[in-house]
Design a protein around this ligand. Sequence first.
Ligand code: HAM
Length: 437
Amino acid sequence: MAINAPEGTRDLLPDEALFWNHFKQTAAEVFGRYGYLPIETPVMEQTELFVRGIGEATDVVSKEMFTAVSGENLKRLLDGGTIKAKSRLSLRPEGTAGVVRAVVQHDLVPQGAAPAKLMYAGPMFRAERPQKGRQRQFNQVGVECLGAEAPSIDAEAIIMLMRFFEKVGIPASSMELLVNSMGCEKCRPAYRELVRAYLEEHADELCETCMTRAEINPLRAFDCKKEGCAAVMEGAPKITDHLCDDCRQHYADVLALLDGAGVAYAEDPTLVRGLDYYTRTVFEVQASDGLGSQNAIGGGGRYDKLAEEVGGRPTPGLGFALGFERCVLALEAAGVEFPKAQRCDLFVACVDDSVRGRAFALVQECRDAGFATEMDHQKRSLKSQFKLADKLGAARVAVLGPDELAEGVVTLRDMAAHTEAKVRLEEVVGELGRAIL
Ligand code: HAM
């Protein structure tokens, strides 16, 4: 039996892989204008990093992590033994914890330094139940800014995220930006107790998962998709009514900067996000079509305590990540065509086999001169070579037959203008250069 890709994973076939490259390049171009530089961290980290950073009680850590064990350690575990803490590894379910770990490890924000602005793109792994827009391996593009607490950092990141979506082709009318503040370690504990008490008052109307959540992290009940729970949570106390003065001011400043920049948003006091590290500003962009319940195409927020959680000095932080595959679904739903990234400047067609050797050499000369050039390798008829050239979108076709070869020329056809001319073999490169410039 043939072996397929693992459940919840997808191959990016050439068209989509080309679009992924374009997506990453667009991100580097847009985020680069805001001072973000690339960083690459391992796809595997010590499990402890995610437990401490993302939170032991989150779904991502408690249910969805893929643990990576070497063959030797697996044998040890199966034999009932134990392995060293540093050998407990997990595939990254998200990028923030790894980037913050790298910032701390390499002291990228020494005291008094300018903030470190970092961006990354790559695969993340979550053992979720696969469905449309929800995979077990998916690609994210993300940014993290460490070392600045100012609301202008939050606002510029949100503006940058919306600029990126526009640049990549997602129409503003088919997405909505939601924002909220989650408070800080001063105001959130009291608010959390209020929500816990509220959940207990409504215990008989809530599902079992929400009641279990009431014990560990009552705010997660805001994320429950069940109708009954959602109705109860509508009446729950809202964090924005319980922020301390500093958090209220910070949130107001972020909103004022977004207003000033003309960025449309909706405040959503029930937006809590699924990762435990958030403090103050959180935001999410939801697509209106094509994604069903998995409609978040990007999200993020501030995490001023995360660096300390992973053993660093106090360093405020903020970032976001967006899901490539969900963006593709949103683009398809909006009827946006992917830009064709492949180009073919010249197709060299052979009239018969006797000219293949010279045609091969010509193709190579053109490629070496920087032109995307193709030829047939399957002994097709001249007619079907033209069809292939058409399919590849070739701008020009050079026809080489025994007569042309004897004369030392090719017949060069401009496919768009439907014109052709004889060009000397040694002048094909120069002619392509003139035509393309
Ligand atoms: P997140 O909301 O968990 O945040 O993920 C960000 C985006 O990744 C989501 O909005 C979604 O587009 C995509 N995504 C998440 N899970 C899946 C999945 N199973 N299948 C397909 N796409 C998915 C984070 O990961 C945070 N690290 C964001 C952040 C950066 N916060 C601060 N800095």
